[in-house]
Write a protein that binds this ligand. Structure first.
Ligand code: GAL
Length: 419
């Protein structure tokens, strides 16, 4: 009898607790400020996610604070000022990896989300390797919302047919067709403002070094100014000879537009370009636009993951937690990613909701060698990235591979790469 009573009491407590939690979830009100660089053409996927949040929390006013600029070039500077000024947004976009750990976690600015991960069962649905990238021995520091691929070459199949060329599997193949394209008045490879040079550089460096040596750069086992390191810059310099002159004034979308309009043959960009091509440009994967691993990187998947974290001292803690719960949920993930061009970070996502590009990315992610992106936060902290921007500028001005590789090694040491 005593046992039965105890059981009834326990069950009642559980029911009350559940009721309390649901009531809490329903009753959220006030504001939620989320901060990201997903504005304009990059906005639709985020808006789908906000819609899921609003359905669940109709009384919360969502302030969608965005600062335009691909790869967060402008947003990150604004975020820094706000964080250091004690005015953090309730939740902000940050890449999984060193951009999060080596920057905001190291500075002790983030809340530990381990309890949420346990409560939501996320330790079973996010890949272990990814959880490692957003965690330290002291906690888990953000909620991943996707997996993007950085090393992708984009093209329009009908245009290639018209010009009588095929998508190049290696940079040597590219150098064979590039002069011919140039003669026809077509830019062989479209490129945009400076961060897209970092983006192209990492794909070229991966092709030149291979996955093992790429990883060795970031673990400090291979010096940036080693003969292999220098060679990567030499190849990059050669590739740049076939790019457009007005790059610095273009956004990444405008470089993709050059390919769509037939002014350029190819563009190396992350698969947010698949989101742009299908969601904004309404082109169908395979027939409307084509892709392959960037030259020389077949079988290698250079990945990055967008995530959102919870800074310390936010104004709307409960609303922010509810936001993170939506981000990590299957429903949120499968609303966001099909529009974004990325695949879900969850292993249980519903692939029937995704297009042929995403299906192929998902298959590659399952079988390729996975390496981390530099340009999008995985391998290096913000300190290195800021310095790397100057190293890149030096190369663009001088085209001196040796001197640039030396400078890269100096900033690697300065920023503790491989330590
Ligand atoms: C990346 C980000 C992507 C996309 C891209 C272009 O850094 O991870 O989601 O926004 O920049 O802005």
């Amino acid at each position: 009898m005593k046992k039965l009573l105890k059981m009834i009491m326990a069950a009642t407590t559980l029911c009350l607790l559940a009721a309390f939690q649901t009531a809490q979830a329903k009753d959220l009100s006030g504001q939620l400020e989320i901060f990201s660089w997903w504005a304009g053409d990059e906005g639709p996927a985020l808006e789908a996610l906000i819609d899921v949040y609003k359905t669940k929390n109709p009384k919360v006013e969502v302030v969608n604070a965005t600062v335009t600029g691909g790869s967060g070039v402008n947003a990150k500077a604004v975020l820094k000022t706000r964080m250091l000024g004690g005015n953090p947004p309730d939740s902000f976009q940050v890449h999984a990896g060193q951009e999060l750990i080596g920057t905001w976690v190291m500075a002790d600015r983030m809340e530990d989300l381990t309890p949420m991960f346990k409560e939501q069962g996320w330790l079973d649905v996010f890949p272990e390797g990814l959880v490692k990238l957003i965690g330290t021995d002291k906690g888990i520091w953000s909620v991943p919302v996707n997996i993007h691929r950085s090393n992708v070459l984009w093209y329009i199949p009908s245009k290639l047919k018209e010009w009588g060329v095929e998508a190049p599997k290696t940079w040597d193949d590219f150098f064979k067709i590039a002069p011919m394209l140039k003669e026809k008045g077509v830019v062989p490879l479209a490129i945009a403002q400076n961060w897209t040079h970092n983006h192209l550089w990492e794909s070229v460096a991966l092709a030149s070094l291979g996955a093992e040596k790429w990883n060795a750069l970031w673990s400090g086992k291979l010096a940036f100014d080693s003969p292999e390191g220098i060679k990567a810059w030499e190849l990059f310099g050669k590739v740049l000879e076939y790019t457009n002159d007005d790059a610095s004034s273009l956004s990444w979308q405008q470089a993709v537009d050059m390919v769509v309009d037939g002014r350029a043959a190819f563009n190396v960009m992350g698969d947010w370009a698949a989101g742009y091509l299908s969601t904004t440009k309404k082109l169908a994967p395979v027939t409307g636009f084509g892709w392959m691993a960037s030259p020389g990187t077949t079988g290698e998947f250079m990945f990055l993951a967008d995530s959102f974290g919870l800074p310390k001292g936010v104004k709307n803690l409960d609303n922010a937690k509810a936001w993170l719960e939506v981000l990590g949920s299957k429903e949120g993930s499968d609303a966001f990613n099909p529009l974004k061009g990325s695949i879900s970070a969850r292993t249980d996502s519903d692939l029937s909701k995704y297009n042929d590009y995403a299906k192929s990315a998902s298959a590659d992610f399952g079988k390729d060698v996975i390496v981390g992106s530099l340009a999008h936060g995985v391998t290096a902290n913000e300190g290195f990235m800021n310095d790397f921007a100057s190293v890149m500028e030096m190369f663009l001005k001088t085209k001196d591979a040796k001197m640039t590789a030396k400078a890269a090694q100096q900033i690697a040491v300065k920023n503790g790469i491989g330590k």
